[in-house]
Design a protein around this ligand. Structure first.
Ligand code: PEP
Ligand code: MN
Length: 349
């Protein structure tokens, strides 16, 4: 249920409405737009039906949200939401590029990657410490040591870090190091994990499951948000189809559809979508044209030696060229793109 306020509603009136809703045992989420404020109500809606909401000062209208996903739906927010990633915001005017290796493989390679990608305008550092691998015999990540390496790379480069959490038992540990918790495609419908990441209130990057519909993705986001964590970034990373020329099929249309259905920011991962280095740039440019708020790109110092996803990883030079070629697309989409700058070296915390 959402309550839309009148133009010019006062802070006191909003407080009063909020208190009435909360006294009925529901939680509220306030979203301020240019003219109206939306008060989203979370909980048992039946209890609200007994309240004379329409007669409260400042209330213009009261609506049920008709979509199966409520908190994630467009109506729930007065405008697009911005999700913090360290000191960067995803979902604003800036096109945010997150880059880094598929897996954290060691201190030196991560530190070198962090500096290289920051120097050409990346705003976030990715790297998996816990890796979901199709084969149980493949490298499955450095675990806790990988998290420590990520934290050191953040301290040195200034880039916020994004890393995957695969298991409810690791949520607290990963949240203790990461700025953003990634829930991967294979876990998009791991409802216990979604609930757990919803409880820790760290921003969540939720990747679309490879056989999930857009509705499934939004309902997965809803699991996180239902716990009170509204800081969810969605990521289109390709879906499985009969096509074999690419690792996955990049569902470009999902980006504008998501932007219409939800207030949450949407980014694209052209690396996993295509599975091939040469497809990263064209898929990324298309994603920006389609309205994506950012990109996540795999970058490795020596992709041919990478322990995972080397085929789709860019080396430093190619990533630098890619960022330059991205600039006109960002400008055409009326987005800014950070200038590259070596980040200040901060002491490790
Ligand atoms: C990854 O980002 O390295 C990853 C495993 O992605 P996905 O969950 O989209 O396959
Ligand atoms: Mn990968």
């Amino acid at each position: 249920m959402i309550i839309v306020t009148k133009i010019g509603v006062t802070e006191d009136e909003v407080d009063q409405i909020r208190e009435r809703v909360e006294s009925a045992g529901l939680r509220t989420h306030i979203s301020r737009g240019e003219t109206h404020t939306i008060i989203g109500c979370i909980g048992e809606e039946d209890r609200l039906r007994r309240l004379p909401l329409l007669s409260l000062p400042g209330v213009e209208s009261v609506h049920p949200v008709m979509k199966p996903f409520k908190l994630a739906s467009r109506e729930f927010s007065a405008g697009p939401s911005r999700v913090p990633m360290g000191d960067v915001e995803v979902g604003g005017d800036e096109l945010v590029v997150i880059a880094g290796p598929c897996s954290v493989e060691g201190d030196d390679m991560l530190r070198a990657t962090a500096h290289a990608v920051a120097a050409v305008g990346a705003r976030g550092l990715r790297g998996g410490a816990f890796k979901p691998r199709t084969s149980p015999y493949a490298f499955n990540g450095m675990g806790t040591r990988g998290l420590e390496i990520l934290a050191r790379a953040r301290a040195e480069s200034g880039l916020p870090i994004i890393t995957e959490v695969m298991d409810t038992r690791h949520v607290e540990e990963v949240a203790g190091h990461a700025d953003v918790l990634q829930v991967g495609a294979r876990n998009m419908q791991n409802f216990a994990l979604l609930t757990e990441v919803g409880r820790v209130h760290r921003p969540v990057l939720l990747k679309r499951g490879m056989s999930s519909t857009i509705r499934d993705l939004l309902l997965a986001a809803e699991y996180v948000m239902k716990q009170g964590n509204m800081k969810v970034i969605l990521c289109e990373r390709g879906i499985r189809t009969f096509e074999t020329a690419t690792r996955n099929t990049f569902d470009l249309a999902a980006i504008p559809v998501l932007k219409r259905e939800t207030h949450l920011p949407v980014i694209a991962d052209p690396s996993h979508a295509g599975g091939r280095r040469d497809l990263v740039a064209p898929l990324a440019f298309a994603a920006i044209a389609a309205g994506a708020d950012g990109l996540m790109v795999e970058v490795h110092p020596t992709p041919d030696e990478a322990l995972s996803d080397g085929d789709q990883s860019l080396d430093f030079q190619t990533f630098g060229d890619f960022m330059n070629r991205l600039r006109p697309f960002a400008a055409a989409a009326e987005r800014t793109l950070a200038e590259g700058a070596p980040r200040p070296v901060r002491a490790a915390v």
